[in-house]
Design a protein around this ligand. Structure first.
Ligand SMILES: [Zn+2]
Ligand SMILES: [Zn+2]
Length: 322
């Protein structure tokens, strides 16, 4: 399913099987998760994507010619030599290439990956269940780490990422306060099912001050709202790659050592840590499956907020190829 230009619906195209270069693996795709970032690329909100482009960076597939199942995340390649790479921050690499953005991704039957950036998947997860772990889960995990040991955790936007992070947070003994679109009672019920101690509209203040909040919704207006909900010394972490403009707000919302920061991309170490943690919780992604040809519908369903959990494209049966 190919994006020819921003905002034009993806079109089914017969492409030649991609060729794996040195150090790369050819992968038969079983499933590919649909991420909010895909929607930002689709909408032309991120600069200079490869075009035409195959979207998708939460890929579960089998290496062609082997029985090895692997995961392919957003971080597709780094230069290993810039000041960020050399200081353990490859997520900030000056020359990083991202899957389904700079290189073709997983809304396809086959893809290629630089083997060094592929991830080993935990046992006990089907391709459909594992796909959302690869970005929704992973970026959520990195965001959660950046909240430190916050006990009272607010999650703004309770979608693909938050529903996984809530499970990790609960496993770690934190209490989750979920914020959804004000009229989304179904979303609030979904959050309570996953262990949120409180769920309400994002225009509400929680019953207690929060030690940290993570904003998953791409809505700048949420930043001052989340700061307002924080206790002294608390953090707001913006987890998305794109957000509408943040309105001005009085300094008193940041005063008393409150922190506002973003999270960008992932390191391979985040991936290894998080995928090792997943079966211990154990994390269970709630998934809505779409066929590969239903990619446009999956993107629009995510846009409308209709999906509770993660949308995943089911590309091919989850069995080893030979
Ligand atoms: Zn680098
Ligand atoms: Zn993503």
């Amino acid at each position: 399913m190919v994006l020819d230009r921003p905002r034009a619906p993806l079109t089914p195209v017969e492409l030649p099987e991609p060729a794996a270069g040195p150090g790369e693996l050819l992968v038969r795709v079983h499933a590919c998760g649909v991420c909010r970032t895909d929607l930002h690329v689709f909408d032309g909100e991120l600069p200079n994507p490869k075009l035409p482009l195959v979207l998708g960076h939460q890929i579960v597939g089998t290496v062609v010619g082997e029985s090895r199942r692997i995961g392919i995340p957003w971080l597709g390649w780094t230069d290993r030599e810039c000041r960020y790479c050399r200081s353990g921050r490859e997520n900030l690499c000056d020359h990083a290439r991202f899957t389904g953005y700079d290189v073709d991704g997983g809304y396809a039957e086959y893809t290629v990956v630089d083997e060094r950036y592929s991830l080993t998947l935990p046992e006990g997860y089907s391709a459909l269940e594992a796909a959302p772990l690869l970005c929704a889960g992973l970026i959520g995990y990195r965001s959660l780490r950046l909240t430190g040991d916050a006990e009272r955790l607010g999650l703004y936007g309770f979608g693909a990422s938050a529903h996984i992070v809530a499970q990790v947070a609960r496993h770690e003994g934190r209490r989750v306060f979920a914020f959804t679109r004000p009229d989304d009672e179904e979303g609030q019920a979904f959050a309570r099912q996953l262990g949120a101690v409180w769920a309400s509209g994002s225009d509400e203040l929680p019953p207690e001050e929060l030690d940290a909040a993570i904003i998953f919704a791409p809505v700048g207006e949420l930043v001052p709202l989340a700061l307002r909900a924080l206790a002294k010394g608390g953090s707001v972490v913006c987890a998305g790659i794109h957000m509408t403009d943040i309105p001005t707000f009085p300094y008193e919302l940041l005063w008393e050592e409150r922190v506002l920061r973003s999270v960008a991309n992932l390191t391979r170490r985040d991936g290894e840590e998080f995928l090792a943690l997943a079966p211990q919780v154990p994390l269970r992604a709630v998934v809505e499956a779409f066929p590969l040809e239903g990619a446009n519908e999956a993107l629009e369903s995510m846009r409308s907020g209709r999906i509770h959990g993660s949308a995943v494209l089911e590309v091919a049966p989850d069995e080893p190829t030979s």
